[in-house]
Write a protein that binds this ligand. Structure first.
Ligand SMILES: Cc1ncc(COP(=O)(O)O)c(C=O)c1O
Length: 383
């Protein structure tokens, strides 16, 4: 593995996480139990959500969200072409059809509300939105379109834990957190996320009916858990509906609780680093820093720069690699993937351009302004 001088992301793990894992080991109860219950309660309070249901990972969260909404064969799910492939894979897995919409702009790569509006058909049964890099989608417009058409919104909030909507003109959105802006919110705690447990995820919803279905499907549709039986609360179970094993375990839940306590401060550190990037990159006007005009409270998960053209992007990626600075691409345009060629349309020009010109730069709480300066110095060399 390459020895990066500045990696793309880095965990904030220390004594708190060690204590959390050891606490579970000494309790000798590893599968879903008291830690998961506490994690769910603490996450619900943090996000301002009526329900929070911890699951195995973000992909499982999306799958359960779709199943809880009753989506299935032949249903159309509108979703962004620029996203991690999880929501699209889960769409195909349930027999539904992904309808890809373009992004707003290369510097605002979230699903364009006008694209949602124009791609709605009688078969549209849900809209997936993804708060790219921790920056919220245009919620005012999207929620108005979905409300008018009575279409549920699934938030892929995997980048956006701790992002808050700032829109004083819209009461039902203003001040609310990512994951509570639609019908169901899905989070991932994969290692590179703002809150990391290795593998792990969370589902948030205000709707009792969806929460009930999700809790049941998370554990095979069984009416009781091993944990309930262990505590003497039950000694048998029925299977009321078909389900999965999408449970999270106690160690990960304990890690999640420790990470949640650090999140607000770490997101603040990310915001400061993003300001540093913006300041330093402002001297390169052909290079556009994504969301530089954003006015909400972002989770600042990613720092993404858009190159003037594809060859400049390649050149900068190479220069940074030589300086042992890790970069990435979030993301290729999904319908360009081989497995999605059936769903390809030729009207996603901005998504295709973005995938060709975007470069993700390092961003994590323990990075220093000097790291940002070193990265920007390398980028300037490519001019
Ligand atoms: C935007 C987005 N959606 C979904 C996922 C899937 O989450 P997980 O890897 O936990 O299954 C991820 C994480 O990798 C992601 O970044």
């Amino acid at each position: 593995m390459a020895e990066w001088r500045i990696p793309l992301s880095d965990l904030d793990y220390g004594a708190e996480e060690q204590e959390a894992a050891l606490r579970v080991l000494s309790s000798k109860w590893l599968s879903m139990g008291a830690e998961v219950e506490a994690f769910e309660q603490e996450f619900a309070a943090f996000a301002g959500s009526k329900h929070a249901i911890a699951v195995a990972n973000g992909t499982a969260a999306l799958h359960l969200a779709f199943m809880a909404l009753g989506l299935g064969s032949g249903d159309e799910i509108i979703q962004p072409a620029i996203n991690f492939v999880a929501a699209s894979n889960m769409t195909v897995a349930i027999g539904a059809i992904p309808i890809f919409g373009d992004i707003i702009d290369l510097t605002e790569p979230t699903l364009d509300p006008a694209e949602v509006d124009r791609r709605i058909t009688p078969k549209t049964k849900a809209v997936v939105i993804m708060h790219y890099g921790g920056y919220l989608c245009r919620m005012r417009e999207i929620s108005e379109i979905c409300r008018r058409n009575q279409i549920p919104i699934v938030e892929d909030a995997c980048h956006a834990v701790g992002a808050r909507c700032v829109d004083p003109a819209v009461k039902h959105l203003h001040g609310k957190m990512a994951g509570t802006l639609g019908d169901i919110g899905c989070f991932s705690f994969f290692s590179n996320k703002n809150m990391a447990t290795g593998e792990g995820g969370m589902i948030t919803t205000a709707r009792d009916d969806l929460a009930l279905r999700i809790r049941s499907m998370r554990s095979h549709g069984m009416t009781t858990l091993t944990w309930d039986r262990h505590r003497g609360h039950a000694n048998s179970y029925d299977v009321e509906s078909h389900g999965y094993n999408y449970r999270i375990d106690e160690i990960r839940a304990a890690l999640g609780r420790a990470q949640l306590r650090k999140l607000t401060e770490n997101n603040e550190k990310r915001r400061k680093l993003v300001s540093e990037y913006k300041k330093r990159l402002s001297s390169l006007p052909q290079w556009k820093f994504c969301f530089s005009e954003y006015e909400g409270e972002s989770a600042c998960h990613l720092a993404v720069l858009v190159a003037p053209d594809e060859s400049s992007r390649t050149r900068v990626a190479q220069l940074l690699r030589e300086a042992r600075i890790q970069t990435s691409l979030h993301y290729p345009c999904i319908p360009q993937f081989k497995a999605f060629e059936t769903y390809r349309t030729d009207d996603l020009p901005k998504s295709i351009a973005f995938a060709g010109r975007a470069i993700t730069l390092p961003l994590y709480p323990s990075m220093t302004p000097a790291d940002v300066e070193a990265i920007c110095r390398e980028i300037a060399k490519a001019q």
